[in-house]
Design a protein. Structure first.
Length: 218
């Protein structure tokens, strides 16, 4: 990639981040604002790309994932909303990976050198498993984990595959809880079903986490 193409890539990646930063600074975007914004996009032909852009931008300012997923589920429904949340989360993680790759390890180590070293050591064993584990067993803020993965020796294909699988349980739990609350408020018996499924998903995620922790300690 030549210098000019690299500059355009960086600009295109940072533009949505700057826009979201300005929105947060001057408009005070919060959860209710985000949900209202997502709902207004429901019938727009640009709903998908805008939603993905919002996930990418808000992820860089540390917006909690539960807020993003809840907004998508409330606006688009449990199935389509969960799918959009999965795509948006994967896109945001991939963006963080490549930004970290472009920035380099030297600069990122000033932020969290311990996390960089921990990921680099784990990647030498199994890049895919490392990417999966850091989603099921959080090792730090998601944005820092994505940036750190970008400066490690992890292959992007391993990072993307592990992330794509690892983020599913969290999205499913958040979506089920959100939809369960909505159903409960409307007096639907589906609230009980969603709550039960959420408990099952949490249990499965907890068991997977314990097994992965036990395996990594060997």
């Amino acid at each position: 990639m030549n210098k000019r193409a690299t500059i355009w890539l960086i600009v295109s990646l940072l533009t949505p981040v700057l826009l979201v930063l300005l929105a947060k600074q001057f408009l005070g975007v919060n959860q209710s604002d985000f949900i209202e914004m997502m709902t207004s996009l429901r019938d727009s032909p640009w709903a998908v790309p805008i939603t993905i852009g919002l996930f990418c931008g808000l992820a860089f300012i540390g917006a909690p994932q539960w807020m993003l997923v809840t907004g998508a589920v409330v606006a688009f429904g449990p199935w389509e909303g969960s799918l959009l949340a999965w795509i948006g989360s994967l896109a945001a993680a991939s963006l963080g990976f490549w930004v970290g790759h472009l920035v380099g390890a030297e600069r990122l180590q000033r932020i969290d050198a311990q996390l960089i070293q921990k990921l680099s050591a784990a990647v030498r064993k199994n890049g895919f498993m490392t990417s999966l584990v850091i989603r099921l067993v959080p090792t730090g803020p998601a944005i820092l984990v994505n940036l750190a993965a970008g400066v490690s020796r992890m292959k992007f294909s391993h990072f993307a595959t592990g992330t794509a699988i690892g983020i599913v349980p969290k999205i499913v739990v958040i979506a089920m809880i959100s939809q369960g609350i909505i159903s409960g408020l409307s007096g639907s018996v589906m609230a009980i079903i969603f709550a039960a499924l959420a408990v099952v998903a949490i249990g499965v995620s907890w068991l997977a986490r314990k097994r992965l922790e036990a395996r990594s300690s060997l």
